[in-house]
Design a protein around this ligand. Sequence first.
Ligand code: AHM
Ligand code: MG
Length: 338
Amino acid sequence: MSAAERDTQVPARHTRFVTLQGHILEQQTHYPEASGTFSWILSALSISAKMIAAHVRRARLDDVLGSVGSENVQGEQQQKLDVIANEILLRTLGGRDGVAIVASEENEEPVILRTGLGGEQKYCVLFDPLDGSSNLDVCGGVGTIFSILRQDRRSTRPEDSLLQPGARQIAAGYVLYGPSTVFALTIGRGVDLFVLDPMYGAFMRVEQNVRIPKASKSYSLNEGNRLTFPEGYQRYLEWAQSQTYSSRYAGAMVADMHRILLKGGVFMYPPTKKAANGKLRLMYEANPMAMLVEQAGGKAFSAPGARILEIQPTDIHQRTPVIIGSSDEVDHVLRHLA
Ligand code: AHM
Ligand code: MG
């Protein structure tokens, strides 16, 4: 190769620098959904993620750890950063014309932004602004989870648009604020991963079409509640331990699900004596994670024969048990529950 040829050659990896924004533009050619208004919504989520990541990083310095002394609609203490993250998402999404309704795990009522029925398709965005936020006090991983639905224009009340089964989500994702900030996104055809490059302030695509391993001897659940789980879960745990499974539990669903997406395993939040439907919310946690996991080739059930994405919601804050992850590992749990 001549010196001139060498100078004009672009190293292969440079041709693959794609930002989240670039990715969304690229997708517009493949997905009718990923155009115009919809892309603006994703860009609002990306900006929110950068802002929340910056706050998370400074949490101790800015003294925004701990509780604000108020309770959210689930009767739980809100963290100061919960409130900040919620505010950031409401304000960035609120500025996008394409968003009709936003619903947050932290707000009792959804916020109806635009009710116009004519014109362009509008969207509903549901989110858990800072999942696992009690981990913040100890510098552990936390995350944002989101779900996007089309506004159902046939609904008589705008908020009824939200009560659609998860199978109708047109996009879902999470942002993990850990040693790096990771954005996982599905628009319904596979899962793509982006990492925030702190030097440039952009989410860079690091992996396309992530596939969750089919099997991996690892389970993730709060084993402290074991004695109050339904018997089938206890049988499963005995079986898994007899097979020398590893137990991994971060106490933040986003951190646990990110590990499972990449390395395999099963995440569960079973019914307990205290919470008959488990702790996690269908619309803010279970549905978006179920869409991501199914798009990556895994499975997500609430009980044997009950696929999470097919649950017809009746209340935006309802809870559901979750069994989610590698397809073989989910099958092992369901087999013991049957
Ligand atoms: P949150 O939305 O109030 O933060 O609660 C959800 C979190 C999940 O991230 C995590 O998996 C679970 O609660 C942990 O609950 P527990 O402490 O009962 O194991
Ligand atoms: Mg949560």
